[in-house]
Design a protein around this ligand. Sequence first.
Ligand code: KG4
Ligand code: ZN
Length: 349
Amino acid sequence: MKILAIETSCDETSSAIVEDGKIILSNIISSSLALHSKTGGIIPEVAAREQVKYIIPVINKVLHQSQVQFKENISAIAVTIGPGLNGSLLIGVETAKTISYACKIPLIPVNHVLAHIYANWLNTDKLPQFPSIALVVSGGHTELFLITSHNKIKWLGGTLDDAAGEAFDKTARLLKLGYPGGPAIAAAAAQYQKSIRQLSDKYKKEIKLPRPMIGSNKLEFSFSGFKTAVLREVNKLKETKQFNNLVIQQLSFEIQEAITDVLVKKTLMAAKLHQVKSILLGGGVSANQRLTEKFKLEICNLKSKISLHIPNPSLCTDNAAYIASYAFFHFHPKSWNTIQTEPNLSVEV
Ligand code: KG4
Ligand code: ZN
C-alpha cells in the first residue's frame, strides 16, 4: 500500500510516498531554514508564506521521483494536523483535504509528535520489537512513551517547561552560534574536543552546568532553569574577560553533555521500569551523535538485551516519510470535511 504524506508543522514543506509504512519511494523536504537563521528563530508568517510557494512543487516532485500514478496507485493521503504553527499546518491540511475531495482518496490525520517515532520503521532491516520506550526530542517536545503495540501508545511524561531542542536553540543564541542551535552546539563541542588534545590544562576553565532533574525518580524533564544557568556562566566569563572562542566551544561541549546526560538517564529509567525490549528515538535532537554514543555505551553497560533504534539523522528532523509510516500503522481515515488543524494537539495518549 502506497501512502502520500504531507508535513508542514513548522518551517519545512515536505511530502513523501512510502510503501507499506517502511519503504521510502520519495521524500522531499523544502526548508525555509536559511531565512530563519538570519533572524535567530522561526517567524511563523515567513514560514507559512514560503510553504504556500513550495507545497505544490514539492508534491509534484515526489510524484515525479517515485513514478507513481496518483489516482491509480495512492491508497491514502496522510497529513500532519498538529501540534505545530497554525499558519504552517493550514497549508498542508488544506492541500491534503483538497486532494482527498477532488481525487476521492481517503485522508488520515496524523499527530506529528507520535509520528516522529515511526522514522524507526523506515528503510531498515532492524524493525523495533515491542514493548518499547520511545523518546521524542524535538524543538518543541521532550516526551517519553511506552509502546506495547501500534494501537497501545501510552504517554509516560515529558518536559515541565522548555524542550531539549529549545534548550539547545536558546543556549546557542546566548553563545551567538546561530539557528538551529542543536547542530551549531554539536559542531562547537566537536571543535572543543579536537582543540583540547593540543592544549595544556591552563586553557581549560572550570565549567560545570546543572543536569536538571537527573536525581528525581519522576519521568519528567525541565530545561528552563538550565538556560538561566548558562546565561549566568556567560555573564561571569564576560566580566572576567574570559569569553573567547575556546570558552564558547567549551561551554557548548558542557551544554551538550548536560542535556544528553539527562535524556539518557530518564529514558533508561523508563526502560528498566517497564522492562522493554527496545528503545526508540525520534525528533531533531536524536540526530545528535553524542546522544547516540551515550545511549550505546549505557545500554552496553547494562548488559541487557535492549535494542537501540535511532533513525538516520536525515529522518530524525521533520519530514513527511514518518507521517506516511505512522498513517500506515494507524490506518484511520476521516472524511475531509471533518478534519482541521489542531496547533495544540496533545501528546498525552
Ligand atoms: O524534529 P525537529 O526537526 O522539529 C520539531 O518538530 O521541533 O527538531 C528541531 C530541533 C531543533 O531544536 C534543533 O536545534 C534540534 O532539533 N537539532 C539538534 C540536532 N539537529 C537538530 N539538536 C542537537 N543535535 C543535533 N545534531
Ligand atoms: Zn518534529
